[in-house]
Design a protein around this ligand. Sequence first.
Ligand SMILES: Nc1ncnc2c1ncn2[C@@H]1O[C@H](COP(=O)(O)OP(=O)(O)OP(=O)(O)O)[C@@H](O)[C@H]1O
Length: 631
Amino acid sequence: MTSEHLKVGIRIRPLLGHEAAFESVVSIENVNHIQETTVNVVDGEHFLSSKFDKVFPSISNQENIFEFISPSIQQSLKGFNTTIFAYGQTGSGKTYSMFGSNWENNNPAPQNYYISTNKLTKITENHPLDNLEGHGLIPRSISQVFESTSTENLTIYTSFLQIYNEKIFDLLQETSNPRPLAIRENKMYGIFVEGLAEYIVENKNDCFLLLAKGDSNRVVRQTKLNQHSSRSHTIFQMLIETDKANKKGALKKSKLNFCDLAGSEKYDKENKMTNEHIKEMTQINKSLTSLGKVIHELGRKKSIHIPYRDSKLTRLLQDSLGLSTRTILIATISSSSSCIEETINTLKFADRAKQVMVKAKKNEVSALNNEVILKLQREIQHLKGLLNLKKKGGIQELQSQLLALKEENKKLKMMTVEEVERLKMENKKLRIELQNMGQVKEAGDPYYKDDAISLNSSSSMMRLPELSPRIELENESCPICLTPVPCVHYTQTSDMSRMAISPALSLGDMKERNTLKPIMSSIDFHKKLGVRYRMKDKILESNELIEEIKERENSQKQIRLARNRLDRITQLEKIKKQQFKEELEKIIEMKKRADEEKKRKMIKKSQTESLQDLYQKKKEKLLNSLNTKLD
Ligand SMILES: Nc1ncnc2c1ncn2[C@@H]1O[C@H](COP(=O)(O)OP(=O)(O)OP(=O)(O)O)[C@@H](O)[C@H]1O
């Protein structure tokens, strides 16, 4: 384990057209391409001079910046986790540095670079992916990963996410109605995003496609300082796993993260900002403040509490900040006097970041580690089971696999490194076989029906086995992320009675994107990438997701039925209660009326009696008076 400072490079952006009226306030000491390490920001009111690992003048090109991070990319292939950050004010050149001009404005409008037909033809005819000039750090790193090592014995998983308004979204999803994903943590995987698609990539073209796909899904908006300002933080990750053990019998595993942060922004008093824009700005500034606090704490010699949980960004990057990860910060600044305060703030942040110590260590695990072997065996069991089910629909076959696996477990203690490698290779082979099967609709395949609806003629999306009609689809929630469909895992089709699932990226969808044509031109659009999803307690393969979904759907159906029954009983109870209440009210009313009647009768009776009494008395009185007169 080696202890080192977080590496910080400062990139100065040249003055752009809209800054022509302003002067440059940023200067560098020792202006030559090797020793530039001190940057000065000076005007009548401000003075700041700070030293960093490297300061790139505005004339630097993408190659110069890449040279700064390239050794760390190489290290990531040796098992070191590596994170590259771009931090800076909005419009200062973060996305330009990370992605490069080739990738600018994918969203929403095509970039001039590509519309220029001469250039387009030229780029397309030659090797478009080798046109390094317009590539930033991410595409250059991808090229380095694939060019500097044989990937035959590597498995590389790629994911791409954005954090927008404190919610995490998978940028490699099919749906137009994305749903937020949750951060989870467990012993097996550390911190991870549940249900995030991790595509298996075999070459740089696969990676470029994913990068382009994700980039086109990113939220952008026009700000005062940037016409296409990124409004979300993005993390593009390559998870590199070796399939072959090294001389010491160890397998390596490393994460390569590229984090393009959204730019901090000040309230624009001149132009009225929409509520949505203000909300975005507040969330961006808040999460950048959290990042600043975490960096500040990490930079202190004795820190009691590091507030990783204050924002999704810091929580996600928890194991990439200050722990066992090589971290490089590229802080981008504008040299314009109009941005001086923001530039000073960025440099102060970068200054704090350089105090952070990281303890980079190789992520190696012995190939003979029981957990590794068991995990591989379990995966093979899963994959074989899925293949058998697909090929024969044979449960018996699956059971015999299980027996064989138990036998294998007995031999666990006697395993050799070669045998573990064989397991890894078998694992990879099975996954590819399974992946290929997913593309083709096979005759006699129990999962596919001839009349299954076509989702997209150019797409090779996998379909769910035909399910019973699902008319209440709109209210359905996804069994994976438990949010209403459509979501990352489910794509809603036009036919409301069926559902489609897209476990692998449909590259066919990319075909029509004008902006990406030069990059896409040499790519096999019908290729299908394998994908896995990390869940709370396991990893799901693309095909396995179908089983999982069926299972969850079944239990969800049971829950729904039970809920319906309960609802009906409650409803009945309510009706009965109402009826009882009405009956009771009727009886009370009747009793009241009877009482009144009785009373009335009694009154009448007493009135009649008193009348009779009076009559009797009068009669007697009259008789008496008559008798008296007669006497
Ligand atoms: N080093 C550079 N040389 C030439 N142009 C640059 C450079 N850096 C940035 N630009 C240009 O400046 C503009 C803004 O750059 P960019 O979009 O990369 O900024 P950002 O920091 O990512 O902004 P936001 O945070 O708003 O997304 C773009 O038009 C880009 O082409």
